[in-house]
Design a protein. Sequence first.
Length: 480
Amino acid sequence: MSLTRSHIRATTEEYLARHPHERESLAGLLSLLDGADDPADRATLPAHVTCSAVVIDRRCRVLHIRHRASDGLVLTPGGHTESGDRSLLTAALRELQEETGIPPGAVCLTRQVLGTPIDIDVHDIDARPAKGEQAHRHYDFRFVFHLADEEPPALALQDEEVSGAQWLPLADVRSSTLRTKLLQAQCDGRPEPVNASALIHDGNGRYLLHLRDANKPWIWESGCWSLLGGGREPQDRTLLDTVVRELREEAELTVAGLAPYAVEHVTGTDGTRVPVQVFTGRWNGDPARLPLTEGVMVAWVRPEKFPYMTMLPSTRALLERHAAEHDAPAGPAAGTVLNVVGVHLYLERDGQVLLGLRHPDSAYAGNTWHVLAGHCEAESATACLVREADEEAGLVIDPADVELVHTVHMVDRPGGSPRVNLFFRARRWEGTPELREPDKCVAWQWWNAKDLPEPLVPYTRAAIEGIRAGRVYTELGWAR
């Protein structure tokens, strides 16, 4: 797998989003990317792409080497791309290891710039008639890394290309543009987590684990059971923002009260060391109902199963540590089964009931009418109702203005988790129903309670009929 033009262009545009004032100075690079020749091939003239690694240690010093090919100039490690490079960043890491002996696992990405180049340097290369090279130009993508450990590793310099190395203070970095950007970014050489994961448990000894896609080497932990989570993105103000966003994107999952638990160290797909901030939180829902957008499945797992599952040793150790600290029971008490609690809003106006049409691609009841509803998390049922009404439809409801009018206790399939569905009537509310979550609901509509639409979620129909008949309880799906 070699570098693609689309990858180089995407990396360039990501860089220009941070430095829009440089678009004019990088017009030649953009023109190169519009051309027919391979921008990463050193044979492409009069210009091509190169990559460099900017490594900072704990003393805020930057590694420089003396390049033989550049007449002894003192530069950061780097060079031309090769056919096996999967990305510009991995090309920089390869050059770093070849020229200095520092492997990818000895460095980590920085919070300040993540995997985006800190600089794209433009410099001219003189002709070398002895090597048959004409004068040309390099567009050098410079990636910054922090050393993962306290002390710099021993260097093993590539003798045919490197004649020496030195760690220079940040203020003495030879490239003025690089020096300015490092100072502006406040890269201080101290590694910190740039990924976040969620260790989710139900308080009864079960852990929510995510089975990732197999046979996809570009995916982190391919084919392994892991924690839900992912990498920090520029819009995330904190790592808590990161894990909340990842849970929402991967499984539309919201976990209240997430708190920092530990830092796990893993190896990223690019080979770098990745410190991961692990948050912990409690949830007791049904994983089968989560609309998973990544991976194969999520499932509840007990600690006794961990040794027989494919997962990173560090992840297994982390889970076992948490289980030991919380004295996880071997299983629920005999005959005890956790029930999922759902809350539902019954709004009636002049004999009409408010219903929403579920999105055709919804994981539950696609293209079917249903009342406004949600799963109860670490909150009271009325608090959940108020929250869901605001999040889904922009309705403002005072908890004092709701009353429980019907309960449906059900199992919707053989072996499925039992569910307690609470229907609350709101006597008063503020606002007009809005499509706040169009990926879940595509329309709100008032329907005559005597002439309900089809298709309608069966237990919703049963609840509405029960409410109108004055009944407070319905059972569905139980074997008699």
